[in-house]
Each structure stands twice: as C-alpha cells, then as structure tokens.
Design a protein around this ligand. Sequence first.
Ligand SMILES: Nc1ncnc2c1ncn2[C@@H]1O[C@H](COP(=O)(O)OP(=O)(O)OP(=O)(O)O)[C@@H](O)[C@H]1O
Ligand SMILES: [Mg+2]
Length: 259
Amino acid sequence: MAYVLSIDDLTVTLGDAERRFTLRAGKWSIAAGEVIGLTGPSGTGKTLLLELLGMLRAPDAGRYRAEPLAGETGAPQAFDSFWKAPNAIALCAQARARFFGFVPQAGGLLPFLTVAENVEISQRIAKRPDPDWASALLGELGLSQIAHLRPGALSIGQRQRVAIARALAHRPFCVIADEPTAALDPENAQAAMGLLIEAAQAGGTATLLSSHDFPTLSHFAMRRMALQITSAPHDPNVVSTLVPLEAQKTASAPQEVSG
Ligand SMILES: Nc1ncnc2c1ncn2[C@@H]1O[C@H](COP(=O)(O)OP(=O)(O)OP(=O)(O)O)[C@@H](O)[C@H]1O
Ligand SMILES: [Mg+2]
C-alpha cells in the first residue's frame, strides 16, 4: 500500500464575532517515504493544517486525495468528500486508523497499558496485527528492555519513542507528528527525530512533522514548507498561506518566534 497524497487549494476558516483565521494549504503532494518539515511562527496554523491532513477536521473547500502509486494496489481515496458522506463519522474514523499514525507532542500514551501493549493497540484498531513488526520497531527504537513497563515508569524521551513506535506499528501510509520533539532536550530531540524519520522511511511511510526547532531540523535532509501570514498587519481577517521552502540541510535557517 504505497500512496501519494495530493492537496489542492485545501482551505479552512475559523471565526468568531471579532476575527477570522483562514488557512490556505496550496497545491502540493507527498509520496510514500518522503519527509516534509512544516515550520512557521506560533499561531500560523501548523496544528490546524496537521488536523486537516490527519482527517481530524473538515476542510471548507479544496481537494484532498490519496492515489495509489503506479503499480501499487489499493483504491483511490477522496478524503475531502468523506466529510460530506451520510456515514461521515465512520468513514473519517476508518481513514484515520488505516492511513495515518499520530505522534502527539506529549506522547499521549495509555497509562494503564505497557509499552508493548501501547504499540500493539494501533495494530488492533487498524485490524492489522503484526507482532514481528511491533517487536522490530521496539528494537529499532531501543525499547525492547522496557517493553513490559507502563508509561509512568518511563522518561519523557522514552515515552516519545514509544509514541513513535505506536504511530508506525499499523504501517500507516502517513505519519503525522506535531512538534514531536518539543518536550525533549536538544540531544534527545535530535535522536527522537532521527528515529522517527528512519523508522518511517524503513516502513515506506510518508512523514509530515511540524517543528519550531530549527537546530534539530537542520540535521536532517527533508522537504520544508512554511506557514506565513499573508494578510495585512492588524487585518481582523487573518490569512495564513502554506509555501514551499527550498529543500535544505543547513544550520543557518531563519529564526522564528517560538510559541
Ligand atoms: N474560533 C476561532 N476564531 C478565529 N481564529 C481562531 C479560532 N480558533 C483558532 N483560531 C486561530 O487559528 C490559529 C490556529 O493556530 P494553530 O494552533 O494551528 O497554530 P500553530 O502554528 O500550531 O501554533 P503553535 O506553534 O503555537 O502550536 C491561531 O492563530 C488561532 O488564534
Ligand atoms: Mg501547534
């Protein structure tokens, strides 16, 4: 199951009485095995964009599709239309479980399950049991020795590695990681990001990650995209637009306001 995800003018607007925030995701695609690093100052909509792409939130307009790569099996998926189907809740939940793996910022592990059970549960939800792949991931992420422990007994860095194993265990097409290293010190951040990227690429998974952490990002070759506010300053109708940045592996990335 190797797909390419295509985004075409995907847009969403959030609003209240005083102001509106519109996210414009532009036109781009990501294929199996590719890594995209998403940056942008706080409040420019990185989390919102990852929610749209992870089928956690409906777009207002635009196309969002997954097409099997040439020679691959699998049916095309019109993700944007799922939200309008009569069985939208079930369709979107199924798409999330089968196509996506999530690495939340703070790990998001189930405290009453062991490390091994936390990893296994995503396979069970996606109906793709594969104990060999689960234990290979535990080994690759350095978790085999602590597979029997519960998250409460782990360090923050270990929990983040369990979250990475869990996100990849059911062989999702795409792993979505929102600030996956924000809770880690620089050394652990670089190690965790390296493991996320390596493990995802080993499984042929596409990786979309957001980060404020330019020093850590600069250690890895990846495509970069950035969210930028494109409306006028003080305009109550804020517009944030996704733009591609040059693919880079450089330590001299621009500084951004961290949030
Ligand atoms: N109901 C609403 N009305 C108007 N704007 C909203 C509403 N809800 C959220 N927003 C705005 O949408 C944007 C969403 O930003 P989001 O949380 O995705 O940013 P982010 O880039 O992930 O930031 P951070 O780096 O701090 O995590 C914010 O600017 C927020 O103020
Ligand atoms: Mg965010």
